[in-house]
Design a binder for this molecule. Structure first.
Ligand code: B12
Length: 334
């Protein structure tokens, strides 16, 4: 695409009156949004709350008019209306911070509130968000990282944010670290923030308390856990009863847990070759001791060296976490 895409900013609603003055015809005329669409947005999303005139006609404010125009522009720029509304809602705290800062005297603002960083995103494709987030992470700018992540989650699915925003960022950080272009501090900072975000999503997803149990974790010695955590998150979001066990699972305790809880499946991740090999022994022991629990495995280590996967007596799932969820659902429910 040539030229700049429009900046995604919260509409400056507070500058506009919320006095109910305009009838539907006038709003349609000023915003270009047809009356049935206005009513649908009102009914489905509760985004507008026109008051009623004495003769029961809807009356909208200038602020409503601005909201409608802002939403129309987002839709014209390629968002669906529900994405645009989710984005508007995610920007609301930012708008409120701006309002608070504006209402204070200049000296009070200096003393009482930290400077409000420019959290507007100039571009909104996932590729552009990767670049934005990478630079914010490199600057150790936690506030901006949080804001960008929230806006990405308002527009894209959790799965897309994980696979097409977080994962490429982590790979790029790994590349920069290995090439000596970036110090480990930034990589640690970024990993900790992304891990916290994934954990928050995992804890806030609806937990299924019934149905077959699935355990997810990392093979012994494996500290790279974000792929496994993403997999657990996707499974939970797909309605599967999943327990996430974390990195570096110890063999004996895993075998004991499998024996006592009898999960339907155990899914293990390995990111590096030495750890990938350890799974062969664990898989043999699991086969002997836990006949009913199926062992599945995957991760980047087996992509790098597919021959290792062939030596492991378990079910190799590849490295596509979404395809893996479909595969596990098939095993559990058909
Ligand atoms: C963050 C990170 C760390 C963190 C991990 C922290 C944490 N909480 O996870 C820490 C600091 C601990 C770390 C340590 C090390 N790291 Co490191 N690390 C990374 C980095 C930058 C990101 C890893 C990551 O999260 N990737 C993103 C996730 C989402 O990708 P993923 O794991 O591949 O998972 C995806 C798929 O594979 C799939 N998947 C994953 N598991 C499973 C399982 C199943 C069943 C299925 C179906 C799918 C699936 O789903 C995910 C989504 O698509 C990578 C760079 C990279 N290219 O990945 C290096 C990297 C993996 N690390 C590397 C190295 C060398 C190390 C160390 C040896 C460094 C050292 N000298 O100490 C240690 C080893 C530690 C250990 N014993 O495991 C190398 C590995 C090179 C190699 N080929 O072996 C990499 C590639 C960096 C590089 N470019 O060189 N690291």
């Amino acid at each position: 695409m040539i030229g700049r895409e429009p900046r995604v900013q919260p509409p400056v609603l507070d500058l506009y009156s919320d006095m109910p003055l305009y009838n539907t015809k006038s709003v349609v005329h000023h915003t270009g949004v047809p009356a049935p669409t206005l009513r649908a947005w009102e009914r489905r999303y509760g985004i507008l709350s026109p008051r009623r005139s004495d003769n029961d006609y809807r009356l909208y404010s200038e602020r409503d008019m601005m909201t409608v125009t802002w939403l129309r522009e987002r839709v014209e720029n390629g968002m669906t209306i529900s994405q645009a509304i989710a984005l508007l809602r995610s920007l609301e705290p930012v708008r409120r911070r701006g309002r608070r800062a504006r209402s204070q005297t200049p000296s009070a603002v200096e003393v009482a509130t930290p400077p409000i960083p420019d959290i507007t995103i100039t571009r909104f494709s996932l590729d552009d968000l990767v670049a934005t987030l990478l630079s914010q992470l490199s600057n150790l700018d936690e506030y901006a990282v949080h804001s960008t992540t929230m806006q990405a989650l308002a527009v894209y699915t959790v799965e897309d944010v994980c696979l097409h925003l977080f994962a490429p960022i982590l790979v790029e950080l790994g590349r920069r670290w290995a090439a000596g272009e970036m110090c480990a501090t930034v990589e640690h900072f970024a990993t900790a923030l992304i891990r916290a975000q994934l954990d928050g999503l995992f804890r806030s997803a609806a937990i299924s308390r019934s149905g077959p149990l699935v355990l997810v974790g990392c093979v012994p010695g494996e500290l790279h856990e974000l792929g496994a955590l993403m997999l657990a998150l996707f499974l939970r979001r797909a309605g599967i009863r999943v327990v996430y066990l974390g990195p570096n699972i110890e063999v004996e305790s895993l075998l004991a847990t499998v024996a006592s809880h009898r999960p339907s499946c155990v899914l293990l991740s390995a990111a590096r070759a030495p750890q990938a090999e350890t799974l062969a022994l664990l898989a043999e022991r699991m086969k002997l001791t836990s006949g009913q629990s199926a062992l599945y495995f995957g991760g980047r280590a087996y992509v790098e060296d597919p021959a290792v996967a062939e030596r492991i007596p378990g079910n190799y799932l590849g490295s596509d976490a979404c395809a893996a969820v479909d595969e596990i659902k098939k095993r559990l429910f058909s």
